[in-house]
Write a protein that binds this ligand. Structure first.
Ligand SMILES: Nc1nc2c([nH]c(=O)n2[C@@H]2O[C@H](COP(=O)(O)OP(=O)(O)OP(=O)(O)O)[C@@H](O)[C@H]2O)c(=O)[nH]1
Length: 296
């Protein structure tokens, strides 16, 4: 990631920021991005996509950080306004002092664009683990382990084996189920259903665990934000076989709900890899799913 240090006499002066600036009147956000990065860094943006929109109220002003991920550009970035620049790895991002509004952006950068949810019923644990291996070896790096109906010991064994497999390929696994199962299996995180989200005291009590939550409407999104989870799955965006009677949000309903929601949100319900780009345009971190993503 490329960071720039803000001038000492500017708003949030001295802190490290993502390069950018204000949209001028008559400009689209993409045009503003191209102009600002040309003015400040001397580069031509060639490929960029929306990442997250974060509204934030500072004591002295309100900002809406419409953040884009720039993946291709021409030219070597230079601090054309005299600002110091620093290339930092994901791990080093938190070593720099950054504006408070940037915190959700750090979560969005760290999370991948796809979240795989395991099929809930497991008839054959060996086949299940083979399919999971295929998924993580093909690049899936965020897995939600969601399995029901197994005897307690079998469930624990499967969760443990799944976590080890994920780790072998550098993927993170969250358990959707009892917190004890997440802890016993050494999972990287805990995924909260509606009931768990309501009863969660504060994310601070779960330091070190990546927390995700399932949400279905504006009220649950507000709750997820209040409780301080790291990301959300919002569903159902499109009709889905796993919840045939649920009322779908549609892409319009989805993007209205997440337009200024300051946490990464995955679109869930009827998703497959071909909808990934569409989900970005609708304001999503990416897509989550079972059938559309699970290798047979
Ligand atoms: N570019 C940028 N601005 C940020 C970040 N985080 C954050 O809170 N901001 C706030 O968003 C606003 C961006 O405006 P800016 O001052 O960079 O805009 P600009 O380049 O058009 O500058 P100017 O209006 O001083 O000429 C500032 O209030 C800044 O403090 C960040 O990571 N990058």
């Amino acid at each position: 990631m490329l960071l720039a240090q803000r001038r000492a006499d500017s708003h949030q002066g001295g802190l490290w920021e993502f390069p950018g600036g204000k949209v001028e009147s008559g400009e689209s956000v993409r045009e503003a991005l191209d102009r600002e990065l040309k003015e400040e860094l001397g580069i031509e943006v060639q490929d960029a996509r929306p990442l997250i929109r974060v509204p934030h109220a500072y004591a002295d002003c309100r900002v809406l950080l419409d953040t884009w991920l720039v993946s291709r550009w021409q030219g070597e970035p230079r601090g054309l306004e005299g600002q110091p620049l620093a290339w930092v790895s994901m791990g080093e991002l938190t070593d720099r002092s950054m504006p408070a509004a940037d915190m959700p952006i750090l979560d969005a950068i760290r999370l991948p664009d796809t979240c795989l949810i395991t099929p809930p019923s497991v008839a054959d644990a060996t086949r299940f683990l083979q399919a999971l291996r295929k998924a993580v070896s093909n690049g899936v790096s965020l897995v939600q382990f969601r399995v029901f109906g197994l005897a307690e010991n079998d469930l624990e064994d499967l969760a443990l084996a799944s976590r080890r497999l994920c780790e072998e390929f550098g993927a993170k696994m969250l358990v959707n189920g009892p917190l004890e199962l997440a802890l016993k299996s050494g999972a990287h995180g805990w995924h909260l259903n509606r009931r768990h989200l309501r009863s969660l005291k504060s994310s601070r009590d779960y330091a070190g665990l990546l927390l995700g939550a399932s949400c279905h409407d504006a009220e649950e999104l507000a709750l997820a934000r209040e409780k301080g989870v790291h990301f959300v799955l919002l569903s159902p965006v499109l009709p889905t076989a796993s919840h045939p009677d649920a009322e779908v949000l549609g892409w319009k309903g989805f993007s209205d709900l997440v337009a200024e929601f300051p946490l990464p949100v995955y679109a869930l319900g009827g998703m497959n890899a071909s909808l990934l780009e569409h989900s970005w345009r609708a304001g999503a971190q990416g897509i989550a799913g079972i059938r559309g993503l699970w290798p047979d």
